[in-house]
Design a protein around this ligand. Structure first.
Ligand code: ZN
Ligand code: ZN
Length: 364
């Protein structure tokens, strides 16, 4: 609110840039022309405003969306979250199902982390977007709120030039004098603590600042809201991938529950994995590193006559792996598991190779 000292009683007397010739004192009732110097200042400030691009005090379409008029950002946020939440929830449900069926702790943890992280990150992203949206909206409202009516009147005043605003029934009214957008929602107008600016030294700077407040205050906020809206789904899936990579990098101890047996093959005695089939029979498998001349799997109704061992058995033995086209050989010094707990590995000549399919190297 711009005020001058009443020429009659010195009480603060509100004035507006559109009526530099008139002031009405709320204290003594004085109504009339202002002294020439004050009038000159009001006219100079009005001239200053004319030189500032009106768009700097008007709301953009996006800012209006943030404020909730038209297709509001809250609706967009809810839509984005719903659209991406549906696949995220299906994905979570599938993985929780897998986690419940998993036979190893590693598999359970993996399924839960990978399954739940997209939904959780999406929820987190939506919350951050919503809080950001609310903050930008509050800031925008404070920057756009109209000034309260002068005493003895009910019409809200333009926040930039103090001209009387003609109500259109809309929440946002454009000033007829300086074309600034004003929010005239009465609850906000009355809440706003209205500073009084004397029409004295520095007055023009105050007017100039008000004349471009929206340009400065709120343009970046809307971009931030849009960015955070768009990034939530991307972040959700990025997080799942990072979680997977991080979990994979953790070296797991070997799973000593897994059973192996030693079978004779044309290439010597080799380790096969023992799987129990649902019908009570057994499948013996060399897996992806099947020794030359041997068949990858064979079936037995009983394990009788077979030596059943765990992965530890191979430690300290000289072995050859056919995992790569050029066989790698060496002495097994250590065994490790993997994230799923379904395969054990050792390192031969710098390469990680599975335990099943390893053949014993017998000294010549
Ligand atoms: Zn007075
Ligand atoms: Zn105005």
């Amino acid at each position: 609110m711009y005020v001058v000292s009443c020429p009659n009683c010195a009480h603060p007397c509100p004035v507006s840039l559109d009526r530099p010739d008139a002031a009405t004192c709320p204290a003594c009732g004085f109504a009339g022309a202002l002294p020439p110097d004050l009038r000159g200042r009001l006219e100079a400030a009005a001239g200053l405003l004319k030189g500032i691009d009106v768009r700097h005090r008007q709301l953009t379409g996006q800012q209006r969306s943030v404020l909730g008029s038209g297709c509001g950002f809250t609706v967009i946020l809810a839509t984005v979250v719903t659209v991406f939440m549906i696949p995220a929830i299906i994905w979570a449900a599938v993985n929780v199902g897998l986690a419940l069926e998993a036979r190893t702790l590693g598999n359970t943890v993996l399924s839960l982390v990978l399954g739940l992280s997209p939904a959780l990150v999406l929820l987190l992203g939506a919350t951050v977007s919503y809080l950001l949206l609310r903050r930008v909206r509050d800031r925008l409202k404070r920057a756009t709120v109209a000034a309260p009516p002068f005493e003895g009147s009910t019409a809200a005043r333009c926040r930039v030039c103090s001209a009387e605003l003609v109500s259109t029934g809309d929440a946002i009214v454009r000033c007829a004098f300086c074309e600034a957008d004003n929010i005239v929602d009465s609850s906000i107008v009355s809440d706003a603590a209205q500073a009084q600016y004397q029409v004295l030294e520095g007055f023009e700077r105050v007017v100039s600042d008000a004349g471009q407040s929206l340009h400065r205050a709120a343009r970046h906020g809307v971009v931030a809201v849009i960015a955070s809206l768009a990034s939530a789904p991307v972040l959700a899936f990025l997080f799942a991938m990072i979680a997977y990579a991080a979990l994979s990098a953790v070296e797991q101890p070997a799973n000593l529950e897994l059973r192996y047996t030693i079978l004779d093959t044309p290439g010597g005695r080799c380790l096969a994995r023992v799987y129990e089939s649902g019908d009570g029979s057994f499948e013996l498998s060399f897996g992806v590193a099947t020794p030359p001349g041997a068949s990858t799997t064979s079936r037995r109704t009983t394990l009788e006559g077979l030596e059943i061992v765990n992965a530890q058995w191979v430690v300290g033995r000289d072995v050859r792996s056919h995992y790569f086209s050029t066989p790698s050989t060496g002495r097994v010094t250590a065994i490790v598991g993997d994230l799923t707990g379904e395969t054990n590995f050792t390192t031969l000549q710098g390469w990680s190779v599975p335990i099943e399919g390893l053949c014993l190297v017998t000294p010549e």
